[in-house]
Design a protein around this ligand. Structure first.
Ligand code: PLP
Length: 425
């Protein structure tokens, strides 16, 4: 429509860059999610809580690197840690270092893990957690939930493993998140069950929070089967000081982490019960190997220590997520009575355009038939024009250093959008 036509006119340099990229990347793309039609905006710079595109537009960054960019683009403490690590330590040293030991201790204390191991991504963290669970139990299969996203090769968007999911036949997908009796009956029925893997709030699935009763019940069902309960906190660990599992008393056997903890660098980790993690103890004959050239790279280890110990301390985390809750409430107030609604928890917000503006969304299946992607796309184009960089899908991952006035400005922009299009909202 008209909004898309304006987008094309307003972004000639992004378009030219995309055309160039078509010559070396399939579809000009190396991260599927970042492809948007008719072409993606190409960013050239990030500073604090803002990004600038090739055509010189400045945006408030609400993508927040899909929750990994929590600290913004140029946080002074992260910059100084990186500089110190580069000048005093050097890059990967091909050896264990005190940096990784200091960080591991910090991670264990913060997220109540007995033992932990580092990886380079949340995807890897989940793959290794599942491998550990399989070794520990001597079993193979894994129960996951529809709408669950656990990484590039571990996603279950519509009640089935996505086509690129590894070992697809080993996964059993519970067809609805947040449905405890359904989850229990599926878990009880699975033979050879090694693990149950669940997000305490589905992130990519639309910021749909899991109920406490549901999550506790899933844990119990997993335990009754002697399976390992793996909590994917790659996104949710930012929502409370020790992650949602700690806050909700879920007592998971294994936890997976990633995203913001790495301060913007490639990062992941998995850890939990000592007896389960012992399958990775190299002193034990026949233990599982978990290698990775960059698992303990000095940059990530030093930066991640700074993130937890000096920047995103528990009190900062609590305040920031309270601000997120208030922001979401204001947005929902503005949107009430329209087809737009906002879900999530704390600093993670999902926006949904549905036929009836349902606010009560407990799983993707609640709204599947009612989605209005046409309105979502219109919103995306017009928010760009108002200076807000969002994911097309409609997830806002707030950034710690975003000025309050920008949040106010967004609330106003949403109100004006809904008024401008009153007839179809
Ligand atoms: N688990 C969850 C819940 C995620 O949201 C993501 C990333 O979006 C991952 C795992 C995968 O992490 P990464 O992209 O670092 O591989």
């Amino acid at each position: 429509g008209a909004a898309e036509a304006r987008f094309i006119v307003n972004n000639p340099f992004s378009k030219a860059q995309h055309d160039l990229a078509l010559g070396s990347l399939p579809g000009g793309n190396t991260r599927t999610l970042l492809h948007t039609s008719p072409f993606p905006l190409c960013m050239k710079q990030g500073k604090e809580a803002y990004v600038w595109d090739l055509d010189g537009h400045k945006y408030v960054d609400f993508v927040g690197e899909l929750s990994a960019g929590l600290l913004g683009h140029t946080h002074p403490q992260i910059q100084s840690t990186i500089t110190r690590a580069l000048t005093e330590t050097g890059l990967s040293l091909g050896a264990t270092t005190p940096h990784e030991h200091a960080f591991a201790a910090e991670l264990c204390a913060r997220f109540r893990l007995d033992r932990v191991r580092m990886t380079n991504s949340g995807t890897e963290a989940n793959l290794h957690a599942l491998a550990g669970a399989r070794r520990f139990t001597g079993r193979r299969r894994v129960v996951v939930f529809s709408g669950g996203y656990h990484g590039a090769v571990l996603s279950f968007p519509d009640g089935a493993p996505a086509e690129n999911t590894v070992d697809r036949d080993d996964f059993v997908v519970v067809p609805r998140y947040n449905d405890l009796s359904l989850a229990c009956s599926v878990i009880r029925g699975v033979e050879d069950l090694a693990a149950v893997l669940v997000e305490p709030m589905q992130g990519a699935g639309g910021c749909v929070a899991g109920g406490k009763e549901f999550l506790l019940g899933v844990r119990e069902a997993a335990r009754e089967k002697g399976a390992v309960f793996v909590l994917d906190e790659v996104q949710t660990s930012r929502l409370t000081p020790g992650g949602l599992g700690t806050e909700m008393g879920l007592d998971p056997d294994l936890v997976t982490l990633g995203k913001y903890v790495g301060g913007g660098l490639a990062f992941g980790a998995f850890g939990g019960r000592e007896d389960v993690m012992r399958v990775y103890d190299p002193r034990v004959p026949g233990s599982l190997a978990h290698s990775g050239t960059f698992n303990n790279n000095t940059l990530a280890m030093c930066v991640a220590t700074t993130v937890l110990a000096d920047v995103y301390m528990p009190e900062v985390c609590v305040k920031f997520n309270e601000k997120g809750d208030q922001f979401r409430e204001r947005l929902n107030k503005v949107a009430r009575g329209s087809r737009l609604s906002f879900t999530g928890r704390g600093s993670l917000i999902g926006l949904h355009f549905t036929e009836d503006g349902t606010e009560e969304i407990t799983c993707g299946e609640d709204i599947k038939e009612k989605l209005r992607p046409d309105l979502r796309d219109l919103f995306w184009f017009e928010m760009l024009e108002a200076g807000f960089w969002l994911t097309r899908r409609g997830i806002i991952a707030m950034i710690l250093v975003t000025p309050d006035q920008e949040l106010d400005r967004f609330v106003d922009a949403v109100r004006e959008f809904l008024e401008r299009h009153r007839g179809i909202m």
